[in-house]
Design a protein around this ligand. Structure first.
Ligand code: SAH
Length: 456
């Protein structure tokens, strides 16, 4: 006998939307059974049709919205309903920040079993549009036309994108110019299914403070026809252009860039500033996409670290050394560790560029390098972690418990793994003092958070 209270094609006269999932669907509970419903907001009620059921949850479609949220707004982007890039443009910004704050709090309670920690209101942007410094646009063919844009929700169908209102204007312009040139010379876009064609992605990065522009063309093989003409078109039309690179990715993969990068024109790097620290950014390096909010995030991390100038600091998952150098201004010594070798090359270069002599970087998995440092007698007073979505490796958490830094500052792009790891650290001798969410990705469901932990 089934305990699923609804079946496909049922109509439910009125459901109440309690929450949003991480991909922006509304959640309604029917006798405890969750139904995921697109295009609704928390607090709304609607008549829905059940379109699919599984054992644990189902999906519904809105037939009629009965009560609308005061946070509902007309999504300003013309391709919002098709594009998978943003999930909550139909909610005003105040509503978005509230929702993200609630999400962080809920996850702390549900996954972290942390009831009483202060989760501060989300730090948002004054203008939550056009914030991205990097566009990564897939190129393909749709009905015989070359298109460049975004993958449609839950698919690999490319939606052609005339512009993107969360993207730096410059990036939009450059993507259009590249698209025009590709069409003009008849350069074939890559076909994912057949693994044929030439251009896979166009990547454009613009320095927030410097206005310096980098263009990367990602192709399937080393052959890029009309290379000189493409370069010439860009050089003539793009103000601030500093670098044109060609990256080769011959694999069948979702990973955007391949191993090999050739510089077609200009420099290997562009430069940008966070605060007054200058960073060289190369084509394959990770660099935060929202520079304005990155400053907010790092300032918070710095505040939580509470440095006086005498501390030894470890920055785990350091990328190109952004947080490390931010902290190095106020610490005795900073050790950074990162798994991508090119990022460490950049980190060292960035330290030199800014005249820091109190930082050291090492390549490798944080969960191997930090235990080795510990064995060599290196002990941190403050340990900062900024792991990818999957969170910290258990081995690293074990080492933190052994090393016993006074403070742990945890920067996280995924509240669920943050909560999981905080639970482990709390059981291992730390308590969570406070959590500050920061909105790095307006119009999407993503939320970044910094947590401060202190030894009991
Ligand atoms: N702190 C940096 C980068 C954060 S992104 C910044 O703010 O810019 C997370 C970084 O962790 C990426 O650079 C990724 O390459 C790196 N990484 C992923 N797994 C890792 C591991 N096991 N050990 C060390 N670094 C890792």
């Amino acid at each position: 006998m089934s305990t699923i209270p609804v079946k496909k094609n049922d109509y439910i006269e009125e459901v109440y939307i309690e929450d949003l999932t991480h991909d922006g669907n509304g959640v309604a509970k029917i006798d405890g059974y969750p139904l995921f419903i697109p295009d609704v907001l928390p607090g709304e009620t609607a008549k829905v049709k059940v379109v699919k059921t599984t054992k644990k949850f189902g999906f519904g479609r809105v037939m009629d919205r009965l009560e609308e949220s005061p946070h509902r707004q007309e999504p300003p982007c013309p391709i919002y309903s098709e594009c998978g890039g943003c999930q909550i443009q139909h909610m005003d910004y105040e509503g978005q920040l509230k929702s993200k704050g609630k999400h962080v709090k809920d996850v702390m309670e549900r996954i972290g079993k942390i009831q009483d920690v202060p989760v501060h209101p989300v730090l948002g942007m004054d203008d939550p549009w056009r914030y991205r410094n990097k566009a990564q646009v897939p190129v393909g063919m749709r009905q015989g036309e070359l298109v460049a844009g975004f993958f449609a929700k839950g698919s690999h169908e490319i939606v052609d994108m005339p512009y993107c209102i969360i993207q730096h204007k410059k990036n939009d312009e450059v993507v259009q110019l590249v698209k025009d040139s590709l069409k003009k010379y008849g350069i074939q876009p890559y076909d994912e299914e057949k693994h044929q064609g030439v251009v896979r992605h166009v990547m454009v990065r613009t320095g927030h403070k410097t206005g310096e522009v980098m263009v990367v063309l990602v192709t399937k093989s080393a052959k890029l026809p009309f290379k000189e003409q493409l370069v010439e078109d860009l050089v003539h039309q793009v103000e601030g252009l500093k670098s044109i690179a060609h990256n080769i990715n011959s694999k069948r993969t979702n990973v955007i860039m391949g191993e090999e990068t050739r510089i077609l024109w200009g420099e290997r790097y562009i430069y940008d500033y966070i605060g007054d620290v200058r960073f060289a950014i190369s084509p394959r390096s990770f660099y935060q996409v929202n520079p304005e909010q990155t400053k907010v995030l790092y300032d918070k991390a710095l505040e939580f670290a509470g440095l006086t100038g005498n501390e030894t600091v470890i920055d785990a998952y350091c990328g190109i050394g952004t947080i490390s150098l931010f902290l190095a201004e106020r610490a005795k010594h900073v050790y950074g560790v990162e798994i991508v070798p090119e990022a460490i090359v950049d980190a060292k270069r960035n330290a030199e560029l800014n005249g820091f002599t109190n930082v050291e970087f090492e390549v490798g998995p944080a969960e191997d390098v930090i235990p080795a440092w510990y064995d060599r007698g290196i002990k941190a007073d403050v340990l900062v972690v900024d792991p990818p979505r999957k969170g910290c490796d258990e081995k690293l958490l074990d080492t933190i418990e052994k090393m016993k830094p006074e403070k742990v500052v945890y920067v996280s792009c995924n509240p669920a793994t943050l909560a999981r790891d905080l639970k482990v650290l709390q059981e291992g001798g730390y308590y969570t003092v406070e959590i500050q969410p920061v909105d790095m990705f307006p119009q999407t469901m993503h939320v970044e958070a910094v947590a401060l932990l202190v030894r009991k």
